[in-house]
Each structure stands twice: as structure tokens, then as C-alpha cells.
Design a protein around this ligand. Structure first.
Ligand code: ACO
Length: 433
């Protein structure tokens, strides 16, 4: 980061003012380097990290006001339409688009790491049949650390690379098996002849009883969904992976921690909530009442799938997802699907409504992704699982970047203490009734 000026902070404590460097990245908001403050007896206070950059990163750039999302400089729209998930994973991990040979080698490496150790089956069998697939994902991904003791050497670049490949390769198998276990069907093994998304859909929907053909249009749509969810800079789950990894923990445990963070309804669970809302609306005629409820300050109800903390313009991923939604429903002859019709009418009315315009509340990626995933035959309990599968590429790239950063230190936030001041222990006999 380039240091180009300083800001002067006068704490008015009788000490000389402090000069704090202002640093600019290649794009985006400059940061004030506050590290020197601790030497002067002060910490900064920013719960929720609304104004704190936790790291320097060259992987993903977001401009929420302008509605921009770039991975390694490439706009998400170009990647979604012209690339594929394997290439985007390579880009996130290595920083550049692969050459033809690099792409072949990468796909080969990922394909040949897809199998799970046979003993992992017994880990699955330890879960209740009705366990949420995210609970199984977190447990099994964490358990992989016991199968790969070599992954503990996180400061060895080759060890990190193999772990990253293993995670990108094995998470689809874990995800599909979490579903199969839940519905009581046999596990389907990965097929090395299939591409990444096709292979995942096959593991999810095939049975050993008969051949199962994955429709190319559906595999392509899922691959695009994976691209759209591959990384999103320092969100809650990515920050969790970085914080867990900052102590030198094994990557399988770090990614399991990221999955735990993603599971929360404020992060990865929103598309499930959109579908629930569409079910509850039930009929297009009920939409005006729903819009009224969303605008009513006294009502806690919100229009699920609208608004975003960062994007105050159209979420660029939502534009692509909207088109994918139309393509998939058209290909599957589902344009008359009642929930899709409700969604389109809701979108139309909300985009014209003064309340939503004034507050810059646009449909977000989750508004459309739930509809697409349902059309692909994926149950809503699996929506966050698919998000985790795609985000694994971003998590391992961010984890790898952190460990190669010369400024890397263990993450250790400070606090403002608000508990009792010093007091002496009171023996039980003197504490009253
Ligand atoms: N419906 C109705 N009103 C809304 C909505 C909504 N979906 N979202 C925000 N608002 C209103 C708020 O009531 C608030 O109004 P006020 O200024 O009169 O108090 C204003 O817009 C700003 O809302 P905040 O909650 O302050 O915005 P914030 O940036 O903190 O929240 C969030 C963003 C959580 C996404 C919010 O818009 C929301 O709850 N949306 C619905 C849930 C959702 O779709 N989440 C998925 C996000 S995308 C993702 O995670 C990949």
C-alpha cells in the first residue's frame, strides 16, 4: 500500500498531536493506519467493523455505490458469462487467469482430489439422519484435518497448495453426501470424466439404479451460481477463516469455521428466507399488502431479498442471477411457476415504489438464487451448503494470501472493558442467603 499523506490526531491530553499515515490501495477508500495509537494509550472502537480494514488484499474489490465487483481486476459479469468456476477458482488462488495448460493441470488436480477417504463414511454415519446438511458439512470438513496431518505445515507453500486443491475438490463430495445421507440414499462417488458442476449435480441426483444424465443447461447455470458466490472480500465468513487461520491452524478447521459463520441467516441463509416469503405471499393479489407491511415502521417485516449492506446500487451479481433465473426457468418450461410469477411481480412493484427507490433497496443476488436453485431440484436446506461449496474457493485464496503477507500476525482484536473494577473475593459464608 502506498503511503501518501498523514492525518494529525490531537488527543488534547497534553501530549503532542499524533501523525497517522493515510494509505491508498489501487482502488477504493483510503485507510488510516492507526497502529501507532496503542503506543499512545488508545484503541479504536468499531464493533461490526463498519469502518475498519482488517487486512490488505489483492483478491476482490467491491464498490457498493457504483455496483461493482471485481476479482483480481476482472468484472464479475465478464467472469460469469465468459469464464467457468474452475478458471475463477484458479484466478482467485493464483492471481492471474490460467494459460490453457495451467487450466488443464488445475482441473486435473482438482478432479483427482474429489474422492473422500473411505473412513469419512463412518464420520457421516455418526450424524443423525435428520441433521441439517450444514451441520454435517461443518463436522465432516473439520474432520478432514485428522486425515491430512501434512496440512498442518501451513507455512510451506506446496502444503498450502495441496490443501487448497483438496478443499475445492472434496467440498462438493461432502455437500452431496450430506444431502444423500439426509434423504437416505446411497453415496454417489465423484466421476473424473465430468466437469465440476456437472459432477456435483450427478453426485446429488444420481442413484446406483440407473444412469443419470445432467442437462448441460443446468450444469452451466449451477457453474454460474458458483462463480457468483466464489468470493466477496472480507465478509463475516471470510474474516472468520482469516482469523482462525491467523494462529496457524490447519486449513480444514479454518474452512469449517468459515462454514459455521456462513450458516447464520444474516449471511448465507437469505435465499432460503426469500422462498419462504414467496410461499407465504401465495398469490400475486397479496403483494400490495406485503409491500405495505415492508414500509410500515411499526412492523418488523422486511422484504426478503431486497437491500444490501454494501451495494447501494444494483448488486452486479443480482443482474447476472436474474438472467440466469429466466434462462433456467425457460429451459425447464417453468415460466408459469406461481412462485416465479409472484417474484417477478414483487420485483416490478418494488422497483417503482418511492420507499424502495429512496432507500436504494434493490433485489439482491439472493432474491433470484433461491428460485433458480429450486428449479434445479435443490431443496432449500441445501442452499447455504451450495453457497459454502462455492465460497470455499474464496476462503482458501484469502487464507493463502494472509499466510504469505509479510505483515501477517495473529488476529487479536482489543476491547473496551465495561465490567466491574477490581474487587476482593468474598467467601461463600459471607455472601448472604
Ligand atoms: N425491506 C424493507 N425495508 C428495508 C429493507 C427491506 N428488505 N432493507 C432495508 N430496509 C430499510 C430499513 O428499514 C431502514 O429504514 P430506515 O432508514 O427508515 O430505518 C433502511 O432501509 C436501511 O436499512 P438497514 O437495515 O440500516 O440497512 P443495512 O445495510 O444494515 O441492511 C440488509 C442490509 C441486512 C441486507 C437489509 O437490507 C435486509 O434486512 N434485507 C433483507 C434480507 C436480505 O435480503 N438479506 C440478504 C443480503 S444479500 C447477501 O447476504 C448475499
Amino acid at each position: 500500500m502506498k503511503e501518501n499523506r498523514t492525518v494529525t490526531l490531537d488527543l488534547k491530553n497534553g501530549q503532542p498531536p499524533i501523525e497517522l499515515p493515510v494509505m491508498s490501495g489501487t482502488l477504493g477508500t483510503p485507510v488510516i493506519d492507526v497502529r501507532a495509537l496503542a503506543q499512545h494509550g488508545y484503541f479504536t472502537f468499531d464493533p461490526g467493523f463498519t469502518a475498519t480494514a482488517s487486512c490488505a488484499s489483492s483478491i476482490t474489490y467491491i464498490d457498493g455505490e457504483a455496483g461493482l465487483l471485481y476479482h483480481r481486476g476482472y468484472p464479475i459479469e465478464q467472469l460469469a458469462y465468459e469464464s467457468d468456476f474452475m478458471e475463477v477458482s484458479y484466478l482467485l488462488l493464483y492471481g492471474e487467469l490460467p494459460t490453457a495448460q495451467q487450466k488443464v493441470d488445475f482441473e486435473q488436480a482438482i478432479t483427482h482430489h474429489g474422492m473422500l477417504h473411505d473412513q469419512v463414511v463412518t464420520v457421516f454415519r455418526g450424524f443423525r439422519r435428520d441433521a441439517h446438511p450444514m451441520a454435517v458439512m461443518i463436522g465432516v470438513t473439520g474432520a478432514l484435518s485428522s486425515f491430512y496431518p501434512d496440512a498442518h505445515d501451513v507455512f510451506d507453500p506446496r502444503s498450502r497448495e495441496i490443501s487448497a486443491h483438496r478443499l475445492i475438490a472434496k467440498v462438493p463430495s461432502i455437500a452431496a453426501w450430506a444431502y444423500k445421507y439426509n434423504i437416505g440414499e446411497p453415496f454417489i462417488y465423484p466421476q473424473n470424466r465430468m466437469a465440476y458442476a456437472e459432477n456435483f449435480l450427478h453426485m446429488l441426483h444420481a442413484t446406483p439404479c440407473e444412469p443419470y444424465e445432467v442437462k448441460p443447461v443446468l450444469a452451466r447455470a449451477l457453474d454460474r451460481i458458483f462463480i457468483l458466490h466464489a468470493d466477496h472480500e472480507q465478509n463475516a465468513s471470510t474474516s472468520t477463516v482469516r482469523l482462525a487461520g491467523s494462529s496457524g491452524a490447519t486449513p480444514f478447521a479454518c474452512v469449517a469455521a468459515g462454514m459455521a459463520s456462513l450458516w447464520g441467516p444474516l449471511h448465507g441463509g437469505a435465499n432460503e428466507a426469500v422462498l419462504k416469503m414467496l410461499e407465504e405471499i401465495d398469490d400475486v393479489k397479496n403483494i400490495p399488502a406485503v409491500i405495505q407491511r415492508a414500509k410500515d415502521k411499526a412492523d418488523r417485516f422486511r422484504l426478503m431479498g431486497f437491500g444490501h449492506r454494501i451495494y447501494k446500487n444494483f448488486d452486479p451479481r443480482a443482474k447476472v442471477m436474474r438472467e440466469t433465473c429466466h434462462e433456467v426457468l425457460d429451459a425447464l418450461d417453468l415460466m408459469d411457476d406461481p412462485q416465479f410469477k409472484i417474484a417477478m411481480e414483487l420485483e416490478r412493484i418494488a422497483l417503482q415504489d418511492d420507499y424502495f427507490i429512496a432507500k436504494k433497496l434493490y433485489p439482491n443476488v439472493d432474491f433470484y438464487s433461491g428460485i433458480v436453485l429450486r428449479a434445479l431440484g435443490i431443496p432449500s436446506s441445501m442452499f447455504t451448503v451450495l453457497f459454502a461449496l462455492a465460497r470455499t474457493a474464496g476462503w482458501v485464496a484469502q487464507w493463502n494470501e494472509m499466510l504469505t503477507d509479510p505483515a501477517h500476525r495473529i488476529g487479536r482484536p482489543r476491547q473496551q472493558y465495561t465490567g466491574p473494577t477490581r474487587r476482593d473475593y468474598v467467601p461463600m459464608t459471607k455472601r448472604g442467603a
